[in-house]
Design a protein around this ligand. Sequence first.
Ligand SMILES: C[S@@+](CC[C@H](N)C(=O)[O-])C[C@H]1O[C@@H](n2cnc3c(N)ncnc32)[C@H](O)[C@@H]1O
Length: 361
Amino acid sequence: MATDVTLARVSATPEERTALAGVLRAHAGYCRKVSTPFYADLMVLMADEVDAGSPMAELMAPDATDPELGYRLRVLGGLHRMVLGGEAPDLARHYPSAGGDGDAAAAWPRIRELLAEPPPAVLDALTRPPQTNEVGRSSALVGGFLLVASHTGLPLRILELGSSAGLNLRFDRYRYQQDGVGFGEPASPVRFENRWKPGRPPFDADCRVVERRGCDRDPIDATAEDGRLRLLSYVWPGQTERFELLAAALEVARDDPVTVDRAAIPDWLDQQLRSTVPDRATVVFHSVVWSYLADDERAAVGTTLWAAGERAGPDAPLAWLRLEGAPTMDHTELRLTTWPGGGEQFLARASYHIGPVNWFA
Ligand SMILES: C[S@@+](CC[C@H](N)C(=O)[O-])C[C@H]1O[C@@H](n2cnc3c(N)ncnc32)[C@H](O)[C@@H]1O
């Protein structure tokens, strides 16, 4: 964590205050809808504070004009990190993720006090967008990897775009099970059981990963305490299943480093696919990344993939596996394109975080 961060306060005009309070209240409504009342209550308290002219508005002022920047979540992420790191026991008493009572109003006086002079964890969180790494997405992605392995009969070389901490690069370290068939580490603490319907992926396929590597513009080191706390802090307190799954995946990652290069996706992919690697099936994959790319970046990724696809052969096949938001934005879709040939399959629908996988491949 950077501790030498100083806060460049942005003063908020009355119009910005009104807009910011509106953003906070709208977000509170969303939190309530997805059953996280603790953050819903905190966001309403923040909105009241902004309306009352508090300097707290200055911490989140950019959200008034561009809510996508997520300064309110940066602030809350910084506080949550303090709770999880043992720096704020008086707040932990109220945070559901720390076994607290979920009483936001009781936590509020201490939060107000802390945000009047933001501590290093909050200042650090303000410097970057919230970043999550959803291990639940492995329960959908696994099916694509298994299909490639069973169709090619080759070990896999997997390359992830936008890996964050690389938790889904370790998909084979987790356990998947249904109908008496399973794949992955039998004793893994990360378990996905009976989640697929109407069909299920070929869990009995012989799938071995012999090379794995990812890239991200801001990689998080899942083997370091700082990285672990950062990832956990962005899960909203009260989302217990998601939090526990992430904590379990971080335990697996602790002793299992993977390489996630700090790089921009188009350049990195171009480098990785410059030469074909024989006797391996190369799988380029990504989840919930596409919407973050600019049009020219998406075009560059497409050009690189199709050019590499032209060079692919039966001894060095290529696959493009992606789990990305559906046009309706209420679920994700898993698609697979394979070369030689370039044929596309629509494999499954899944939720964004955790939940059943509608597997129909
Ligand atoms: C929503 S997160 C998803 C992370 C991970 N794929 C998952 O499913 O949990 C998007 C990730 O893409 C990364 N990212 C976005 N644009 C990028 C770019 N142009 N180059 C590299 N990484 C990028 C972000 O840093 C972030 O870690």
